[in-house]
Design a protein around this ligand. Structure first.
Ligand code: PML
Length: 285
């Protein structure tokens, strides 16, 4: 088998058309069995817990040449300190005000509330300008970020660190970090804000070049099935190039940016938290 051939592997689990879960990785061809096994294991909880209707698991595999892969560093991670959804609701605008152009924070949070937390889930992210215009014009579907992965040793190291904080495996956090790191590495996105559509998972995040990946506890209350991703794009970002980068440029993460580059602010109670084990550029697939 050729070591220089990689595969972009994407998996989605549905039940009767309802999206339940998804995952993605970019791996050397010889590692594909391991990835398929880990995706297969993600099906089991749905088989065991969620009723008797048939499940569908769809796996898509695209071959990718190693020479076409961009190698980048994951965003550094911080966590906003919050004990409740009320605290988060108060603190979130303060974080966004540092990232967005002046006067846009309330508008963007209103769009997140109505279009992401108040609407049926889309199959992908919603794109808006910082003036609140939804893009592409007249498009109500979702933008999918794909062809992205993280070298397995770094992925494991990040998952294990979170294990020791929270006492349970957390592939959801690492999947989200990898996806957000690709989105921000496009250079065309000012910020991404995300809440999970899993009713039990109430931690979301805000990703931006200034603060890296900020985990936001209690971004929603327990029991809410709504969630999704909002990308706010830079005014000067050419849309066709951005969409093409997000959906088809293969990006592999093998290191993590140092948190010394992150902005901090006395008004923001955010703490540096999870680190990869590799120096930038120090690992490959
Ligand atoms: C999702 O379910 O796709 C969103 C996951 C958000 C993860 C937030 C975190 O734990 O850092």
């Amino acid at each position: 088998m050729s070591k220089s051939l990689y595969c972009s592997v994407r998996m989605r689990i549905h039940r009767e058309g309802e999206h339940l879960s998804g995952a993605e990785d970019l791996v050397p061809l010889p590692e594909i069995n391991l990835v398929l096994t880990s995706f297969w294991q993600r099906l089991f909880p749905f088989v065991l817990l969620e009723g008797t209707l048939p499940l569908q698991q769809i796996v898509t595999i695209d071959p990718v040449l190693e020479k076409d892969i961009l190698r980048k560093s994951l965003l550094a991670v911080q966590t906003m300190k919050s004990e409740s959804s009320e605290e988060t609701e108060k603190a979130l605008p303060g974080l966004l005000r540092h990232i967005l152009p002046s006067g846009r924070t309330e508008l963007i949070l209103e769009i997140f509330k109505n279009e992401i937390m108040g609407s049926a889930p889309r199959n992908g992210a919603l794109l808006v300008t910082s003036e609140g215009r939804i893009l592409p014009e007249g498009f109500s579907g979702g933008i999918r970020t794909t062809h992205v992965g993280c070298v397995s040793s770094l992925r494991r190291s990040l998952e294990n660190q979170l294990d020791s904080f929270f006492g349970k495996p957390n592939h959801r956090f690492v999947d989200a970090l990898v996806l957000a790191s690709k989105v921000l590495s496009s250079g065309g996105v000012l910020l991404e804000i995300c809440a999970s559509d899993d009713p039990q998972y109430t931690t979301g995040y805000v990703a931006s070049p200034l603060f890296g990946y900020v985990r936001i506890p209690h971004i929603k209350r327990q029991g809410i099935r709504r969630g999704g991703r909002l990308y706010v794009i830079s005014p000067d970002s050419p849309l066709p190039a951005l969409l093409s980068f997000l959906s088809s440029t293969p990006v592999l993460f093998g290191s993590q940016s140092p948190d010394s580059d992150l902005m901090s602010h006395p008004d923001l109670t955010i703490i540096p938290s999870v680190r990869g084990t590799f120096p930038p550029g120090g690992a490959s697939g």
